[in-house]
Design a protein around this ligand. Structure first.
Ligand SMILES: Nc1nc2c(ncn2[C@@H]2O[C@H](COP(=O)(O)OP(=O)(O)O)[C@@H](O)[C@H]2O)c(=O)[nH]1
Ligand SMILES: [Mg+2]
Ligand SMILES: [Zn+2]
Length: 317
Protein backbone atom coordinates (compact mmCIF):
# COMPACT_ATOMS: atom_id res chain seq x y z
CA UNK A 1 0.00 0.00 0.00
CA UNK A 2 2.95 2.32 0.53
CA UNK A 3 4.65 3.76 -2.45
CA UNK A 4 7.55 6.03 -3.09
CA UNK A 5 6.38 9.51 -3.69
CA UNK A 6 8.19 12.71 -4.33
CA UNK A 7 7.15 15.38 -1.86
CA UNK A 8 4.88 18.04 -3.42
CA UNK A 9 7.36 20.82 -2.76
CA UNK A 10 11.08 20.62 -2.38
CA UNK A 11 12.17 19.94 1.20
CA UNK A 12 12.54 23.12 3.19
CA UNK A 13 15.23 21.71 5.45
CA UNK A 14 18.86 21.61 4.51
CA UNK A 15 18.35 18.02 3.42
CA UNK A 16 17.84 17.45 -0.27
CA UNK A 17 17.38 13.73 0.24
CA UNK A 18 14.15 12.41 -1.33
CA UNK A 19 11.63 11.51 1.35
CA UNK A 20 10.24 8.02 1.72
CA UNK A 21 6.46 7.76 1.62
CA UNK A 22 4.77 5.97 4.49
CA UNK A 23 1.59 5.60 6.50
CA UNK A 24 1.46 6.06 10.26
CA UNK A 25 0.40 2.72 11.73
CA UNK A 26 0.88 3.35 15.45
CA UNK A 27 1.20 6.41 17.64
CA UNK A 28 2.85 6.53 21.07
CA UNK A 29 3.04 10.12 22.22
CA UNK A 30 5.93 11.52 20.20
CA UNK A 31 7.01 8.22 18.68
CA UNK A 32 5.36 6.70 15.67
CA UNK A 33 5.55 3.56 13.62
CA UNK A 34 5.40 4.25 9.90
CA UNK A 35 4.84 1.55 7.28
CA UNK A 36 6.87 2.03 4.10
CA UNK A 37 7.55 -0.17 1.07
CA UNK A 38 10.64 -1.42 2.80
CA UNK A 39 9.07 -2.24 6.15
CA UNK A 40 8.06 -0.48 9.33
CA UNK A 41 10.24 2.30 10.64
CA UNK A 42 10.16 3.65 14.18
CA UNK A 43 10.06 7.38 13.76
CA UNK A 44 10.44 10.47 15.81
CA UNK A 45 9.41 13.95 14.82
CA UNK A 46 10.99 17.34 14.40
CA UNK A 47 10.87 19.59 17.45
CA UNK A 48 7.76 19.31 19.58
CA UNK A 49 5.51 18.28 16.75
CA UNK A 50 3.38 15.29 17.65
CA UNK A 51 0.04 15.82 15.93
CA UNK A 52 0.16 12.78 13.70
CA UNK A 53 -2.59 10.19 13.63
CA UNK A 54 -2.88 6.61 12.47
CA UNK A 55 -3.70 6.76 8.77
CA UNK A 56 -1.63 9.88 8.11
CA UNK A 57 0.45 9.84 4.95
CA UNK A 58 3.91 11.16 5.73
CA UNK A 59 7.28 11.70 4.17
CA UNK A 60 10.16 10.40 6.25
CA UNK A 61 13.91 10.57 6.19
CA UNK A 62 15.22 7.08 6.97
CA UNK A 63 17.99 7.16 9.58
CA UNK A 64 19.17 3.55 9.37
CA UNK A 65 18.58 0.66 11.77
CA UNK A 66 14.82 0.72 11.21
CA UNK A 67 14.62 4.33 12.42
CA UNK A 68 13.45 7.50 10.73
CA UNK A 69 12.29 11.07 11.14
CA UNK A 70 8.89 12.33 10.02
CA UNK A 71 9.68 15.38 7.90
CA UNK A 72 6.31 16.18 6.40
CA UNK A 73 2.67 15.18 6.38
CA UNK A 74 0.60 15.10 3.20
CA UNK A 75 -2.91 16.64 3.29
CA UNK A 76 -5.56 14.64 5.13
CA UNK A 77 -8.82 13.69 3.47
CA UNK A 78 -10.41 13.72 6.90
CA UNK A 79 -9.51 13.48 10.57
CA UNK A 80 -11.38 12.01 13.47
CA UNK A 81 -10.47 13.59 16.77
CA UNK A 82 -11.88 14.48 20.12
CA UNK A 83 -11.33 17.53 22.25
CA UNK A 84 -12.36 19.19 25.48
CA UNK A 85 -11.61 22.70 26.71
CA UNK A 86 -7.87 22.13 26.97
CA UNK A 87 -6.79 18.94 25.28
CA UNK A 88 -7.23 17.10 22.06
CA UNK A 89 -6.69 13.54 20.97
CA UNK A 90 -6.26 12.52 17.37
CA UNK A 91 -7.89 9.17 16.62
CA UNK A 92 -7.31 8.46 12.94
CA UNK A 93 -7.26 10.08 9.52
CA UNK A 94 -7.97 9.31 5.86
CA UNK A 95 -10.90 7.06 6.75
CA UNK A 96 -13.54 5.73 4.37
CA UNK A 97 -15.75 4.34 7.12
CA UNK A 98 -16.24 4.31 10.89
CA UNK A 99 -17.63 1.32 12.72
CA UNK A 100 -19.07 2.15 16.12
CA UNK A 101 -18.81 -1.02 18.17
CA UNK A 102 -21.50 -1.67 20.79
CA UNK A 103 -22.36 -4.91 22.59
CA UNK A 104 -25.10 -6.67 24.46
CA UNK A 105 -22.88 -6.67 27.56
CA UNK A 106 -21.55 -4.57 29.23
CA UNK A 107 -24.22 -1.97 28.55
CA UNK A 108 -23.31 0.81 26.14
CA UNK A 109 -24.10 4.51 26.16
CA UNK A 110 -26.41 5.67 23.38
CA UNK A 111 -25.14 9.20 24.02
CA UNK A 112 -21.64 8.01 23.12
CA UNK A 113 -23.04 6.51 19.91
CA UNK A 114 -24.54 9.92 19.07
CA UNK A 115 -21.18 11.58 19.77
CA UNK A 116 -19.33 9.18 17.48
CA UNK A 117 -21.95 9.64 14.76
CA UNK A 118 -21.69 13.42 15.05
CA UNK A 119 -17.89 13.24 14.77
CA UNK A 120 -18.21 11.03 11.68
CA UNK A 121 -20.91 13.15 10.02
CA UNK A 122 -18.98 16.37 10.64
CA UNK A 123 -16.18 14.88 8.51
CA UNK A 124 -18.58 13.26 6.00
CA UNK A 125 -17.38 9.76 6.87
CA UNK A 126 -20.01 7.00 6.49
CA UNK A 127 -20.73 5.24 9.79
CA UNK A 128 -22.24 1.95 10.75
CA UNK A 129 -23.00 0.40 14.10
CA UNK A 130 -21.91 -3.10 15.05
CA UNK A 131 -23.88 -4.84 17.77
CA UNK A 132 -21.38 -7.39 19.04
CA UNK A 133 -21.81 -10.33 21.44
CA UNK A 134 -25.11 -11.31 19.86
CA UNK A 135 -24.46 -14.75 21.38
CA UNK A 136 -25.40 -13.27 24.78
CA UNK A 137 -29.06 -13.58 23.90
CA UNK A 138 -30.70 -12.47 27.14
CA UNK A 139 -29.51 -8.88 26.64
CA UNK A 140 -29.98 -8.89 22.89
CA UNK A 141 -33.56 -7.56 22.68
CA UNK A 142 -32.72 -4.65 24.95
CA UNK A 143 -29.61 -3.71 22.96
CA UNK A 144 -31.54 -3.97 19.70
CA UNK A 145 -34.24 -1.71 21.04
CA UNK A 146 -31.70 0.91 22.11
CA UNK A 147 -30.08 0.85 18.68
CA UNK A 148 -33.41 1.10 16.86
CA UNK A 149 -33.11 4.85 17.43
CA UNK A 150 -30.11 4.92 15.07
CA UNK A 151 -31.36 2.28 12.65
CA UNK A 152 -34.42 4.49 12.10
CA UNK A 153 -32.09 7.26 10.90
CA UNK A 154 -30.67 4.98 8.23
CA UNK A 155 -27.46 3.86 9.93
CA UNK A 156 -26.85 0.17 9.27
CA UNK A 157 -26.84 -1.90 12.47
CA UNK A 158 -24.98 -5.19 12.01
CA UNK A 159 -25.39 -7.91 14.62
CA UNK A 160 -22.58 -10.36 15.11
CA UNK A 161 -20.54 -12.34 17.56
CA UNK A 162 -16.85 -11.60 17.07
CA UNK A 163 -15.91 -14.69 19.07
CA UNK A 164 -17.72 -16.92 16.56
CA UNK A 165 -17.17 -15.05 13.32
CA UNK A 166 -17.18 -11.55 11.98
CA UNK A 167 -18.25 -12.31 8.40
CA UNK A 168 -21.30 -10.05 8.67
CA UNK A 169 -18.95 -7.06 8.49
CA UNK A 170 -17.07 -8.30 5.45
CA UNK A 171 -19.11 -6.37 2.84
CA UNK A 172 -18.42 -3.14 4.73
CA UNK A 173 -14.68 -3.65 4.94
CA UNK A 174 -13.55 -4.65 1.48
CA UNK A 175 -10.71 -2.31 0.51
CA UNK A 176 -12.06 0.25 2.96
CA UNK A 177 -10.09 2.30 5.48
CA UNK A 178 -11.99 1.65 8.66
CA UNK A 179 -11.73 2.83 12.26
CA UNK A 180 -13.32 0.77 15.03
CA UNK A 181 -14.40 3.04 17.85
CA UNK A 182 -16.39 2.47 21.03
CA UNK A 183 -16.29 1.97 24.76
CA UNK A 184 -13.83 -0.53 26.17
CA UNK A 185 -15.05 -4.08 26.55
CA UNK A 186 -17.28 -3.99 23.46
CA UNK A 187 -15.00 -6.33 21.50
CA UNK A 188 -13.04 -4.08 19.14
CA UNK A 189 -9.77 -5.94 19.59
CA UNK A 190 -11.54 -9.29 19.33
CA UNK A 191 -13.05 -8.11 16.06
CA UNK A 192 -9.65 -7.09 14.71
CA UNK A 193 -8.28 -10.52 15.60
CA UNK A 194 -11.17 -12.18 13.78
CA UNK A 195 -10.79 -9.98 10.72
CA UNK A 196 -7.01 -9.74 10.44
CA UNK A 197 -5.60 -13.23 11.08
CA UNK A 198 -2.03 -12.02 11.45
CA UNK A 199 -3.07 -9.40 14.03
CA UNK A 200 -2.66 -11.68 17.04
CA UNK A 201 -0.86 -8.81 18.78
CA UNK A 202 -4.05 -6.75 19.15
CA UNK A 203 -4.06 -6.90 22.93
CA UNK A 204 -5.57 -4.23 25.12
CA UNK A 205 -2.42 -2.90 26.67
CA UNK A 206 1.03 -2.80 25.25
CA UNK A 207 4.03 -1.80 27.31
CA UNK A 208 6.45 0.34 25.48
CA UNK A 209 9.59 2.10 26.53
CA UNK A 210 9.52 5.83 25.99
CA UNK A 211 12.53 8.02 26.66
CA UNK A 212 11.28 8.94 30.12
CA UNK A 213 11.01 5.30 31.16
CA UNK A 214 8.59 2.45 30.85
CA UNK A 215 4.92 3.23 30.37
CA UNK A 216 1.87 1.14 29.86
CA UNK A 217 -0.41 2.71 27.36
CA UNK A 218 -3.41 1.85 25.30
CA UNK A 219 -2.72 2.02 21.69
CA UNK A 220 -4.29 2.97 18.41
CA UNK A 221 -2.96 0.66 15.72
CA UNK A 222 -3.55 0.27 12.02
CA UNK A 223 -3.70 -3.21 10.46
CA UNK A 224 -3.42 -3.52 6.67
CA UNK A 225 -6.14 -5.71 5.16
CA UNK A 226 -6.41 -6.25 1.41
CA UNK A 227 -6.16 -2.85 -0.27
CA UNK A 228 -7.48 -1.15 2.83
CA UNK A 229 -6.96 -1.26 6.54
CA UNK A 230 -8.57 -1.50 9.95
CA UNK A 231 -7.69 0.62 12.97
CA UNK A 232 -8.17 -0.59 16.53
CA UNK A 233 -8.53 2.19 19.09
CA UNK A 234 -8.55 2.25 22.88
CA UNK A 235 -11.94 2.48 24.55
CA UNK A 236 -13.44 5.94 24.70
CA UNK A 237 -15.65 6.97 27.62
CA UNK A 238 -15.75 10.68 26.94
CA UNK A 239 -15.88 11.82 23.35
CA UNK A 240 -15.62 15.58 23.56
CA UNK A 241 -16.51 17.58 20.47
CA UNK A 242 -15.34 21.03 21.58
CA UNK A 243 -13.86 21.61 18.11
CA UNK A 244 -17.28 21.52 16.45
CA UNK A 245 -19.12 24.80 16.34
CA UNK A 246 -22.81 24.55 17.25
CA UNK A 247 -23.90 24.98 13.61
CA UNK A 248 -21.73 22.08 12.49
CA UNK A 249 -23.04 19.99 15.37
CA UNK A 250 -26.67 20.67 14.41
CA UNK A 251 -26.06 19.51 10.86
CA UNK A 252 -24.15 16.45 12.11
CA UNK A 253 -27.47 15.21 13.55
CA UNK A 254 -28.54 14.24 10.05
CA UNK A 255 -32.27 13.99 10.73
CA UNK A 256 -32.32 17.62 11.96
CA UNK A 257 -31.25 18.95 8.57
CA UNK A 258 -34.72 19.45 7.02
CA UNK A 259 -35.75 21.52 10.07
CA UNK A 260 -32.69 23.77 10.39
CA UNK A 261 -33.52 27.38 9.57
CA UNK A 262 -37.24 26.70 10.07
CA UNK A 263 -37.49 27.93 13.70
CA UNK A 264 -39.30 31.22 14.33
CA UNK A 265 -36.16 32.84 15.76
CA UNK A 266 -33.06 32.73 13.67
CA UNK A 267 -30.90 32.16 16.76
CA UNK A 268 -33.27 29.57 18.28
CA UNK A 269 -31.52 27.41 20.87
CA UNK A 270 -34.15 24.66 20.52
CA UNK A 271 -34.62 24.77 24.31
CA UNK A 272 -37.94 26.44 25.08
CA UNK A 273 -38.36 29.14 22.46
CA UNK A 274 -41.78 29.47 20.84
CA UNK A 275 -41.96 28.32 17.24
CA UNK A 276 -39.04 25.88 17.46
CA UNK A 277 -39.19 23.60 14.42
CA UNK A 278 -37.14 20.86 16.08
CA UNK A 279 -39.40 20.78 19.15
CA UNK A 280 -42.47 20.78 16.93
CA UNK A 281 -41.07 17.79 15.03
CA UNK A 282 -40.50 16.00 18.35
CA UNK A 283 -44.13 16.72 19.30
CA UNK A 284 -45.42 15.18 16.08
CA UNK A 285 -43.14 12.16 16.43
CA UNK A 286 -40.97 13.05 13.44
CA UNK A 287 -37.85 13.50 15.54
CA UNK A 288 -36.72 11.50 18.55
CA UNK A 289 -36.69 13.38 21.86
CA UNK A 290 -33.67 11.30 22.86
CA UNK A 291 -31.63 12.60 19.92
CA UNK A 292 -32.68 16.18 20.68
CA UNK A 293 -31.53 15.62 24.28
CA UNK A 294 -28.20 14.28 23.02
CA UNK A 295 -27.78 17.30 20.79
CA UNK A 296 -28.58 19.79 23.57
CA UNK A 297 -26.22 18.09 25.99
CA UNK A 298 -23.30 18.04 23.55
CA UNK A 299 -24.06 21.61 22.45
CA UNK A 300 -24.00 22.88 26.04
CA UNK A 301 -20.76 21.02 26.66
CA UNK A 302 -19.18 22.66 23.61
CA UNK A 303 -20.30 26.10 24.78
CA UNK A 304 -18.84 25.63 28.26
CA UNK A 305 -15.60 24.19 26.88
CA UNK A 306 -15.21 27.26 24.70
CA UNK A 307 -16.01 29.60 27.61
CA UNK A 308 -13.43 27.83 29.76
CA UNK A 309 -10.72 28.43 27.19
CA UNK A 310 -11.62 31.41 25.02
CA UNK A 311 -9.45 32.08 22.01
CA UNK A 312 -8.50 28.44 21.61
CA UNK A 313 -7.94 27.65 18.00
CA UNK A 314 -9.14 24.38 16.60
CA UNK A 315 -7.44 23.73 13.33
CA UNK A 316 -5.83 20.42 12.63
CA UNK A 317 -6.76 19.98 8.99
N1 LIG B 1 -19.60 -13.59 24.53
C1 LIG B 1 -18.84 -12.82 23.75
N2 LIG B 1 -17.77 -12.19 24.27
C2 LIG B 1 -17.02 -11.42 23.45
C3 LIG B 1 -17.33 -11.26 22.08
N3 LIG B 1 -16.41 -10.42 21.54
C4 LIG B 1 -15.57 -10.07 22.53
N4 LIG B 1 -15.91 -10.69 23.69
C5 LIG B 1 -15.23 -10.56 24.98
O1 LIG B 1 -15.37 -9.24 25.47
C6 LIG B 1 -14.20 -8.85 26.21
C7 LIG B 1 -13.69 -7.52 25.70
O2 LIG B 1 -13.21 -7.69 24.36
P1 LIG B 1 -12.11 -6.72 23.72
O3 LIG B 1 -11.95 -7.18 22.31
O4 LIG B 1 -10.89 -6.61 24.55
O5 LIG B 1 -12.90 -5.34 23.76
P2 LIG B 1 -12.36 -3.87 23.42
O6 LIG B 1 -12.04 -3.23 24.73
O7 LIG B 1 -13.50 -3.21 22.74
O8 LIG B 1 -11.16 -4.02 22.54
C8 LIG B 1 -13.20 -10.00 26.04
O9 LIG B 1 -13.26 -10.77 27.21
C9 LIG B 1 -13.72 -10.75 24.85
O10 LIG B 1 -13.40 -12.13 24.88
C10 LIG B 1 -18.48 -11.94 21.56
O11 LIG B 1 -18.83 -11.87 20.38
N5 LIG B 1 -19.20 -12.70 22.45
MG1 LIG C 1 -9.27 -3.21 22.73
ZN1 LIG D 1 -35.45 25.71 17.38
Amino acid sequence: MAQNRTPPSSPSSASTQALTFGIVVAAFGRHFEVRTDSGILRCHTRGKKNDYACGDEVGIAPAGDGLGVIETRYPRRNLLWRSDAFRQKLLASNLSRIIIVTATEPGFSDLLVSRCLAAAESENIPALIALNKADLTTKLPDARERLALFAALGYPVIELSALNNADALEPWLRDERVLLVGQSGMGKSTLINALVPEAAAAVDEISIALNSGSHTTTLTRLYPRGEGWLIDSPGVQAFGLAHLDPGTLEAAFIEFRPYLGQCRFRDCRHDAEPGCALRAAVETGNLSVRRLEHYLLIRDEIISARRANPGREFDLS
